[in-house]
Write a protein that binds this ligand. Structure first.
Ligand code: EPZ
Length: 421
Protein backbone atom coordinates (compact mmCIF):
# COMPACT_ATOMS: atom_id res chain seq x y z
CA UNK A 1 0.00 0.00 0.00
CA UNK A 2 1.40 3.45 -0.88
CA UNK A 3 2.45 5.53 2.11
CA UNK A 4 2.71 9.27 2.61
CA UNK A 5 4.43 11.49 5.16
CA UNK A 6 2.20 14.00 6.98
CA UNK A 7 4.53 16.77 8.14
CA UNK A 8 3.22 19.24 10.73
CA UNK A 9 5.16 22.48 10.34
CA UNK A 10 6.43 24.90 12.96
CA UNK A 11 8.73 22.79 15.16
CA UNK A 12 12.22 23.98 16.05
CA UNK A 13 14.61 21.04 15.95
CA UNK A 14 17.13 20.59 18.78
CA UNK A 15 19.46 17.81 19.90
CA UNK A 16 21.97 15.31 18.51
CA UNK A 17 21.51 12.93 15.58
CA UNK A 18 23.84 10.28 14.16
CA UNK A 19 24.40 9.67 10.43
CA UNK A 20 24.12 6.20 8.90
CA UNK A 21 26.28 4.41 6.32
CA UNK A 22 26.55 5.76 2.78
CA UNK A 23 24.08 4.32 0.24
CA UNK A 24 26.39 5.20 -2.66
CA UNK A 25 29.32 3.44 -0.97
CA UNK A 26 27.35 0.39 0.17
CA UNK A 27 26.32 -0.42 -3.41
CA UNK A 28 29.84 -0.78 -4.96
CA UNK A 29 31.22 -2.35 -1.76
CA UNK A 30 28.59 -5.10 -1.84
CA UNK A 31 29.50 -5.72 -5.50
CA UNK A 32 33.19 -5.91 -4.54
CA UNK A 33 32.46 -8.88 -2.24
CA UNK A 34 31.94 -10.96 -5.44
CA UNK A 35 35.69 -10.68 -6.18
CA UNK A 36 36.63 -13.24 -3.52
CA UNK A 37 35.42 -16.66 -2.37
CA UNK A 38 36.25 -15.69 1.22
CA UNK A 39 33.62 -14.11 3.47
CA UNK A 40 33.58 -10.30 3.66
CA UNK A 41 32.08 -8.51 6.67
CA UNK A 42 30.61 -5.02 6.21
CA UNK A 43 29.54 -2.78 9.12
CA UNK A 44 27.44 0.41 8.97
CA UNK A 45 25.39 -0.95 6.06
CA UNK A 46 22.32 1.34 5.77
CA UNK A 47 18.93 -0.38 6.03
CA UNK A 48 17.40 1.24 2.91
CA UNK A 49 15.53 -0.12 -0.10
CA UNK A 50 18.40 0.09 -2.64
CA UNK A 51 20.59 -1.95 -0.29
CA UNK A 52 17.84 -4.51 0.24
CA UNK A 53 17.56 -4.83 -3.56
CA UNK A 54 21.34 -5.27 -3.81
CA UNK A 55 21.35 -7.97 -1.12
CA UNK A 56 18.50 -9.71 -2.98
CA UNK A 57 20.50 -9.64 -6.22
CA UNK A 58 23.46 -11.22 -4.40
CA UNK A 59 21.20 -13.92 -2.93
CA UNK A 60 19.81 -14.68 -6.42
CA UNK A 61 23.41 -15.13 -7.59
CA UNK A 62 24.04 -17.64 -4.78
CA UNK A 63 25.55 -15.48 -2.02
CA UNK A 64 25.20 -16.67 1.57
CA UNK A 65 24.23 -13.50 3.47
CA UNK A 66 24.20 -13.41 7.28
CA UNK A 67 23.10 -10.48 9.42
CA UNK A 68 25.57 -10.44 12.32
CA UNK A 69 24.41 -7.25 14.04
CA UNK A 70 22.54 -4.01 13.60
CA UNK A 71 23.78 -2.72 10.18
CA UNK A 72 26.47 -5.50 10.09
CA UNK A 73 26.45 -8.32 7.51
CA UNK A 74 28.76 -11.12 6.34
CA UNK A 75 28.62 -11.92 2.62
CA UNK A 76 29.97 -15.33 1.57
CA UNK A 77 30.34 -15.73 -2.20
CA UNK A 78 32.16 -19.09 -2.24
CA UNK A 79 29.28 -20.79 -4.08
CA UNK A 80 28.03 -18.20 -6.55
CA UNK A 81 26.38 -20.17 -9.38
CA UNK A 82 25.21 -17.47 -11.78
CA UNK A 83 26.79 -14.49 -13.52
CA UNK A 84 23.49 -12.98 -14.62
CA UNK A 85 21.63 -10.60 -12.36
CA UNK A 86 17.90 -10.89 -11.86
CA UNK A 87 16.12 -8.66 -14.39
CA UNK A 88 13.25 -7.59 -12.13
CA UNK A 89 15.58 -6.49 -9.35
CA UNK A 90 18.09 -4.83 -11.69
CA UNK A 91 15.34 -2.77 -13.31
CA UNK A 92 14.42 -1.23 -9.95
CA UNK A 93 17.49 0.95 -9.51
CA UNK A 94 20.42 2.30 -11.52
CA UNK A 95 22.97 1.18 -8.94
CA UNK A 96 22.60 -2.39 -10.33
CA UNK A 97 24.96 -1.22 -13.12
CA UNK A 98 27.85 -1.64 -10.71
CA UNK A 99 27.47 -5.44 -10.78
CA UNK A 100 28.95 -5.45 -14.30
CA UNK A 101 32.53 -4.88 -13.17
CA UNK A 102 32.65 -7.51 -10.45
CA UNK A 103 30.72 -10.24 -12.32
CA UNK A 104 32.80 -9.75 -15.50
CA UNK A 105 35.98 -9.80 -13.42
CA UNK A 106 35.01 -13.05 -11.67
CA UNK A 107 33.30 -14.97 -14.49
CA UNK A 108 34.69 -13.33 -17.66
CA UNK A 109 31.03 -13.10 -18.65
CA UNK A 110 27.87 -11.40 -17.40
CA UNK A 111 24.48 -10.39 -18.67
CA UNK A 112 23.22 -7.04 -17.43
CA UNK A 113 19.55 -6.04 -17.80
CA UNK A 114 18.99 -2.38 -18.64
CA UNK A 115 19.14 -0.54 -15.26
CA UNK A 116 16.21 1.29 -13.66
CA UNK A 117 16.26 4.16 -11.20
CA UNK A 118 14.95 7.66 -10.69
CA UNK A 119 13.26 9.64 -13.43
CA UNK A 120 15.69 12.54 -13.06
CA UNK A 121 16.81 12.41 -16.62
CA UNK A 122 18.36 10.30 -19.38
CA UNK A 123 21.26 8.49 -17.75
CA UNK A 124 23.34 7.00 -20.58
CA UNK A 125 25.46 3.96 -19.79
CA UNK A 126 27.96 4.48 -22.58
CA UNK A 127 30.78 5.27 -20.11
CA UNK A 128 30.31 1.81 -18.61
CA UNK A 129 30.42 0.21 -22.06
CA UNK A 130 33.53 2.25 -22.93
CA UNK A 131 35.31 1.03 -19.79
CA UNK A 132 34.45 -2.64 -20.38
CA UNK A 133 35.59 -2.49 -24.03
CA UNK A 134 38.88 -0.73 -23.10
CA UNK A 135 39.60 -3.58 -20.68
CA UNK A 136 39.05 -6.10 -23.50
CA UNK A 137 35.38 -7.07 -23.21
CA UNK A 138 33.04 -7.84 -26.12
CA UNK A 139 29.47 -6.52 -25.75
CA UNK A 140 26.34 -7.74 -27.54
CA UNK A 141 22.87 -6.32 -27.07
CA UNK A 142 19.44 -7.96 -26.96
CA UNK A 143 15.98 -6.81 -25.93
CA UNK A 144 16.46 -7.60 -22.21
CA UNK A 145 19.97 -6.23 -21.78
CA UNK A 146 23.67 -6.44 -22.53
CA UNK A 147 25.99 -9.48 -22.68
CA UNK A 148 29.64 -8.84 -21.74
CA UNK A 149 32.33 -11.46 -22.44
CA UNK A 150 36.12 -11.28 -22.13
CA UNK A 151 38.93 -13.84 -22.59
CA UNK A 152 41.27 -12.05 -20.20
CA UNK A 153 41.00 -8.60 -18.62
CA UNK A 154 44.15 -6.69 -19.55
CA UNK A 155 45.55 -3.60 -17.80
CA UNK A 156 45.60 -0.45 -19.96
CA UNK A 157 45.68 3.35 -19.78
CA UNK A 158 42.08 4.45 -19.65
CA UNK A 159 40.98 8.09 -19.85
CA UNK A 160 37.38 8.24 -18.61
CA UNK A 161 35.05 9.81 -21.23
CA UNK A 162 33.31 11.66 -18.37
CA UNK A 163 33.91 12.09 -14.62
CA UNK A 164 31.43 9.35 -13.79
CA UNK A 165 31.08 7.84 -10.30
CA UNK A 166 29.68 4.42 -11.15
CA UNK A 167 31.73 4.07 -14.36
CA UNK A 168 34.86 4.80 -12.26
CA UNK A 169 33.73 2.13 -9.79
CA UNK A 170 33.23 -0.40 -12.60
CA UNK A 171 36.68 0.43 -14.01
CA UNK A 172 38.28 -0.17 -10.60
CA UNK A 173 36.42 -3.48 -10.12
CA UNK A 174 37.56 -4.65 -13.59
CA UNK A 175 41.18 -3.58 -13.06
CA UNK A 176 42.02 -5.02 -9.61
CA UNK A 177 42.53 -8.59 -10.96
CA UNK A 178 43.34 -7.72 -14.59
CA UNK A 179 46.70 -8.77 -16.04
CA UNK A 180 49.24 -5.96 -15.67
CA UNK A 181 48.80 -2.34 -14.62
CA UNK A 182 45.86 -0.06 -15.31
CA UNK A 183 46.15 3.72 -15.22
CA UNK A 184 42.72 5.33 -14.84
CA UNK A 185 42.63 9.06 -15.63
CA UNK A 186 39.86 11.67 -15.15
CA UNK A 187 38.17 9.41 -12.55
CA UNK A 188 35.54 10.50 -10.01
CA UNK A 189 36.83 11.45 -6.53
CA UNK A 190 33.61 11.00 -4.53
CA UNK A 191 34.01 9.61 -0.95
CA UNK A 192 32.23 6.42 -2.06
CA UNK A 193 34.90 5.82 -4.73
CA UNK A 194 37.58 6.21 -2.03
CA UNK A 195 35.69 3.82 0.26
CA UNK A 196 35.56 1.18 -2.51
CA UNK A 197 39.34 1.46 -2.93
CA UNK A 198 39.81 1.13 0.84
CA UNK A 199 37.82 -2.13 0.98
CA UNK A 200 39.58 -3.55 -2.12
CA UNK A 201 42.98 -2.68 -0.62
CA UNK A 202 42.00 -4.54 2.58
CA UNK A 203 41.10 -7.49 0.28
CA UNK A 204 44.64 -7.44 -1.18
CA UNK A 205 44.29 -5.12 -4.19
CA UNK A 206 47.14 -2.78 -5.17
CA UNK A 207 45.57 0.66 -5.71
CA UNK A 208 47.30 4.06 -5.62
CA UNK A 209 45.69 7.49 -5.99
CA UNK A 210 42.17 6.95 -4.63
CA UNK A 211 40.52 10.34 -4.15
CA UNK A 212 42.53 11.99 -6.92
CA UNK A 213 41.69 12.15 -10.64
CA UNK A 214 44.31 9.47 -11.48
CA UNK A 215 44.27 5.95 -10.02
CA UNK A 216 46.99 3.34 -10.72
CA UNK A 217 46.00 -0.30 -10.18
CA UNK A 218 48.46 -3.20 -10.38
CA UNK A 219 46.42 -6.36 -11.07
CA UNK A 220 46.73 -9.17 -8.49
CA UNK A 221 45.96 -12.86 -8.93
CA UNK A 222 43.55 -13.25 -6.04
CA UNK A 223 41.66 -11.21 -3.44
CA UNK A 224 40.85 -12.44 0.07
CA UNK A 225 38.17 -11.71 2.66
CA UNK A 226 38.14 -8.57 4.79
CA UNK A 227 36.16 -6.61 7.35
CA UNK A 228 35.23 -2.96 6.75
CA UNK A 229 32.98 -0.24 8.13
CA UNK A 230 31.22 1.68 5.37
CA UNK A 231 31.92 5.42 5.23
CA UNK A 232 29.13 7.60 6.69
CA UNK A 233 26.58 9.11 4.29
CA UNK A 234 27.58 12.76 3.80
CA UNK A 235 24.41 13.24 1.71
CA UNK A 236 22.20 12.20 4.65
CA UNK A 237 24.32 14.43 6.92
CA UNK A 238 23.64 17.40 4.62
CA UNK A 239 19.88 16.85 4.83
CA UNK A 240 19.97 16.63 8.66
CA UNK A 241 22.15 19.77 8.90
CA UNK A 242 19.68 21.58 6.61
CA UNK A 243 16.77 20.57 8.88
CA UNK A 244 18.51 22.17 11.88
CA UNK A 245 19.31 25.35 9.93
CA UNK A 246 15.85 26.03 8.46
CA UNK A 247 14.00 25.34 11.75
CA UNK A 248 16.52 27.65 13.49
CA UNK A 249 17.35 25.16 16.21
CA UNK A 250 20.59 23.96 17.80
CA UNK A 251 21.34 20.58 16.21
CA UNK A 252 24.50 18.45 16.31
CA UNK A 253 24.87 16.03 13.39
CA UNK A 254 27.48 13.45 14.32
CA UNK A 255 29.36 10.40 13.05
CA UNK A 256 30.21 11.73 9.59
CA UNK A 257 33.17 13.47 7.90
CA UNK A 258 32.44 17.22 7.56
CA UNK A 259 35.37 17.77 5.20
CA UNK A 260 33.44 15.71 2.61
CA UNK A 261 30.95 18.63 2.62
CA UNK A 262 33.49 21.49 2.30
CA UNK A 263 31.63 22.87 -0.74
CA UNK A 264 28.41 23.06 1.30
CA UNK A 265 30.11 24.85 4.20
CA UNK A 266 31.46 27.45 1.77
CA UNK A 267 27.84 28.26 0.87
CA UNK A 268 26.73 28.24 4.54
CA UNK A 269 29.43 30.86 5.22
CA UNK A 270 28.10 33.00 2.35
CA UNK A 271 24.58 32.72 3.81
CA UNK A 272 25.87 33.65 7.29
CA UNK A 273 24.85 30.44 9.10
CA UNK A 274 26.28 30.03 12.61
CA UNK A 275 27.89 26.59 13.09
CA UNK A 276 30.82 24.86 14.72
CA UNK A 277 32.72 22.17 12.77
CA UNK A 278 34.69 19.27 14.30
CA UNK A 279 36.38 16.28 12.64
CA UNK A 280 33.36 13.98 13.03
CA UNK A 281 30.38 16.25 13.62
CA UNK A 282 28.95 19.72 13.23
CA UNK A 283 26.66 21.84 15.45
CA UNK A 284 24.42 24.44 13.81
CA UNK A 285 23.06 27.34 15.87
CA UNK A 286 19.97 29.53 15.34
CA UNK A 287 20.74 32.22 12.77
CA UNK A 288 18.43 35.21 12.35
CA UNK A 289 19.12 36.49 8.82
CA UNK A 290 20.04 34.25 5.87
CA UNK A 291 21.80 36.08 3.00
CA UNK A 292 21.20 34.63 -0.47
CA UNK A 293 24.42 33.28 -2.11
CA UNK A 294 24.62 34.56 -5.71
CA UNK A 295 24.92 31.10 -7.30
CA UNK A 296 25.18 27.40 -6.50
CA UNK A 297 26.46 24.95 -9.12
CA UNK A 298 26.39 21.18 -8.82
CA UNK A 299 29.82 19.75 -9.66
CA UNK A 300 31.61 16.41 -9.34
CA UNK A 301 33.38 16.01 -5.95
CA UNK A 302 34.85 18.04 -4.32
CA UNK A 303 32.36 20.49 -5.88
CA UNK A 304 28.87 21.08 -4.53
CA UNK A 305 27.14 17.64 -4.65
CA UNK A 306 24.19 17.46 -7.03
CA UNK A 307 22.48 15.15 -4.49
CA UNK A 308 22.22 17.89 -1.86
CA UNK A 309 21.16 20.69 -4.21
CA UNK A 310 17.45 19.96 -3.77
CA UNK A 311 17.43 19.73 0.06
CA UNK A 312 19.70 22.80 0.23
CA UNK A 313 17.17 24.80 -1.82
CA UNK A 314 14.88 24.85 1.24
CA UNK A 315 17.50 27.13 2.85
CA UNK A 316 17.54 29.32 -0.28
CA UNK A 317 13.76 29.89 0.00
CA UNK A 318 14.48 31.54 3.38
CA UNK A 319 17.42 33.67 2.20
CA UNK A 320 17.11 37.43 1.62
CA UNK A 321 17.82 37.91 -2.08
CA UNK A 322 18.14 35.77 -5.22
CA UNK A 323 20.24 32.68 -5.91
CA UNK A 324 20.96 31.22 -9.34
CA UNK A 325 20.92 27.42 -9.12
CA UNK A 326 22.79 25.44 -11.79
CA UNK A 327 22.05 21.69 -11.82
CA UNK A 328 24.80 20.61 -14.22
CA UNK A 329 24.00 16.91 -14.18
CA UNK A 330 20.41 15.80 -14.46
CA UNK A 331 18.04 17.61 -16.82
CA UNK A 332 15.06 16.37 -14.81
CA UNK A 333 16.23 17.23 -11.31
CA UNK A 334 14.92 20.81 -11.00
CA UNK A 335 11.33 19.55 -11.13
CA UNK A 336 11.30 19.68 -7.32
CA UNK A 337 11.22 23.47 -7.57
CA UNK A 338 7.67 23.28 -8.99
CA UNK A 339 6.68 21.34 -5.86
CA UNK A 340 8.26 24.00 -3.65
CA UNK A 341 6.39 26.63 -5.68
CA UNK A 342 3.12 24.91 -4.72
CA UNK A 343 4.11 25.64 -1.10
CA UNK A 344 4.67 29.34 -1.86
CA UNK A 345 8.37 29.39 -2.79
CA UNK A 346 9.36 32.04 -5.34
CA UNK A 347 11.23 30.29 -8.16
CA UNK A 348 11.88 30.93 -11.85
CA UNK A 349 12.96 27.97 -13.99
CA UNK A 350 15.26 29.39 -16.69
CA UNK A 351 15.93 26.07 -18.50
CA UNK A 352 16.17 22.34 -17.60
CA UNK A 353 19.45 23.02 -15.79
CA UNK A 354 19.13 26.52 -14.31
CA UNK A 355 16.67 28.33 -12.04
CA UNK A 356 16.39 31.33 -9.73
CA UNK A 357 15.23 31.03 -6.12
CA UNK A 358 14.11 34.31 -4.53
CA UNK A 359 13.49 34.68 -0.78
CA UNK A 360 12.54 34.88 1.92
CA UNK A 361 9.07 33.42 1.41
CA UNK A 362 6.64 31.89 3.88
CA UNK A 363 5.87 28.31 2.92
CA UNK A 364 2.38 26.87 3.33
CA UNK A 365 1.52 23.21 3.84
CA UNK A 366 -0.15 21.43 0.92
CA UNK A 367 0.06 18.08 -0.91
CA UNK A 368 3.36 17.59 -2.80
CA UNK A 369 5.13 14.83 -4.70
CA UNK A 370 8.53 13.17 -4.24
CA UNK A 371 9.94 13.21 -7.77
CA UNK A 372 13.12 11.35 -6.82
CA UNK A 373 14.80 10.34 -3.56
CA UNK A 374 16.57 13.67 -2.98
CA UNK A 375 13.51 15.72 -4.04
CA UNK A 376 11.39 13.67 -1.64
CA UNK A 377 13.64 14.53 1.30
CA UNK A 378 13.40 18.16 0.21
CA UNK A 379 9.60 18.10 0.50
CA UNK A 380 9.86 16.75 4.05
CA UNK A 381 12.33 19.49 5.00
CA UNK A 382 10.11 22.18 3.45
CA UNK A 383 7.17 20.77 5.43
CA UNK A 384 9.10 21.32 8.67
CA UNK A 385 8.97 25.10 8.18
CA UNK A 386 5.62 25.37 6.34
CA UNK A 387 2.50 26.76 7.99
CA UNK A 388 0.09 23.90 8.63
CA UNK A 389 0.44 20.34 7.36
CA UNK A 390 2.28 19.09 4.26
CA UNK A 391 1.44 15.72 2.73
CA UNK A 392 4.40 14.18 0.87
CA UNK A 393 3.54 11.27 -1.41
CA UNK A 394 5.65 8.66 -3.30
CA UNK A 395 7.76 8.31 -0.16
CA UNK A 396 9.09 4.95 -1.42
CA UNK A 397 11.62 7.15 -3.23
CA UNK A 398 12.75 8.60 0.11
CA UNK A 399 13.05 5.14 1.65
CA UNK A 400 15.44 4.20 -1.17
CA UNK A 401 18.10 6.59 0.15
CA UNK A 402 17.33 7.65 3.73
CA UNK A 403 16.94 5.20 6.62
CA UNK A 404 13.87 6.09 8.75
CA UNK A 405 14.18 9.82 7.91
CA UNK A 406 11.00 10.68 9.81
CA UNK A 407 12.20 8.88 12.96
CA UNK A 408 15.50 10.77 12.91
CA UNK A 409 13.77 14.14 12.45
CA UNK A 410 11.08 13.34 15.05
CA UNK A 411 13.83 12.50 17.57
CA UNK A 412 14.91 16.16 17.17
CA UNK A 413 11.38 17.49 17.73
CA UNK A 414 9.76 17.29 14.29
CA UNK A 415 6.15 16.08 13.97
CA UNK A 416 6.03 13.69 11.01
CA UNK A 417 3.59 10.78 10.63
CA UNK A 418 4.09 7.91 8.18
CA UNK A 419 0.55 7.15 6.98
CA UNK A 420 -0.66 4.36 4.71
CA UNK A 421 -2.86 6.21 2.22
C1 EPZ B 1 26.18 8.54 -9.18
O1 EPZ B 1 25.38 8.32 -10.30
C2 EPZ B 1 25.26 8.50 -7.96
N1 EPZ B 1 24.65 7.16 -7.86
C3 EPZ B 1 24.17 9.56 -8.09
O2 EPZ B 1 23.43 9.54 -6.88
C4 EPZ B 1 24.85 10.93 -8.20
O3 EPZ B 1 23.84 11.90 -8.40
C5 EPZ B 1 25.83 10.94 -9.39
O4 EPZ B 1 26.78 9.86 -9.24
C6 EPZ B 1 26.63 12.23 -9.44
O5 EPZ B 1 27.34 12.41 -8.24
C7 EPZ B 1 25.36 6.18 -7.28
O6 EPZ B 1 26.49 6.36 -6.86
C8 EPZ B 1 24.68 4.84 -7.19
P1 EPZ B 1 27.71 9.99 -12.92
P2 EPZ B 1 26.06 8.04 -11.75
O7 EPZ B 1 28.01 9.04 -14.02
O8 EPZ B 1 27.36 7.33 -11.56
C9 EPZ B 1 28.27 14.57 -14.78
C10 EPZ B 1 21.53 9.60 -5.54
O9 EPZ B 1 20.70 10.50 -5.38
N2 EPZ B 1 28.13 15.34 -13.54
O10 EPZ B 1 28.73 10.23 -11.85
O11 EPZ B 1 25.02 7.44 -12.61
C11 EPZ B 1 29.31 13.52 -14.71
O12 EPZ B 1 30.56 14.08 -15.07
C12 EPZ B 1 22.01 9.24 -6.93
O13 EPZ B 1 22.10 8.97 -4.60
C13 EPZ B 1 27.91 16.72 -13.68
O14 EPZ B 1 27.89 17.24 -14.80
O15 EPZ B 1 26.34 9.52 -12.24
C14 EPZ B 1 28.80 12.54 -15.74
O16 EPZ B 1 29.10 13.04 -17.03
C15 EPZ B 1 21.24 9.98 -7.99
N3 EPZ B 1 27.71 17.45 -12.56
C16 EPZ B 1 27.29 12.61 -15.59
O17 EPZ B 1 27.03 13.88 -14.94
C17 EPZ B 1 27.71 16.88 -11.32
O18 EPZ B 1 27.49 17.60 -10.35
C18 EPZ B 1 26.66 11.47 -14.76
O19 EPZ B 1 27.34 11.43 -13.51
C19 EPZ B 1 27.95 15.48 -11.19
C20 EPZ B 1 28.16 14.73 -12.32
Amino acid sequence: MPQIFRVHGGSTLNGDISVGGSKNAALPLLCATLLTKDPVTLHNLPDIQDIRYTLNILEHLGSKITKIGNHSWTIDNAHIQSHTINTDLASKFRGSLIFMGSLLSRFRETILPYPGGCVIGKRPIDSHLFVAKKMGAKITENETGLRFTVKKLKGTTLIMPEVSVTATENAILLAVMAEGTTELRMVAQEPHVVDLCELLTKMGADIQGAGTHTIIIRGVKKLHGAEHSITPDYLEAAALITAGIITRGEVTVENFIPRQLDAMFVKLDEIGIKYKRYDDRVTVYPTKIFHAPSRIEARPHPGFPTDILAPFATILTQCHGMTKVFETLFEGRLGFLFELEKMGAKVEILNPHQALVIGPTKLKGTSVSSLDLRAGATMVLAGLIAQGTTEVNNIHYIDRGYEKLEEKLNSLGAKIERVTS
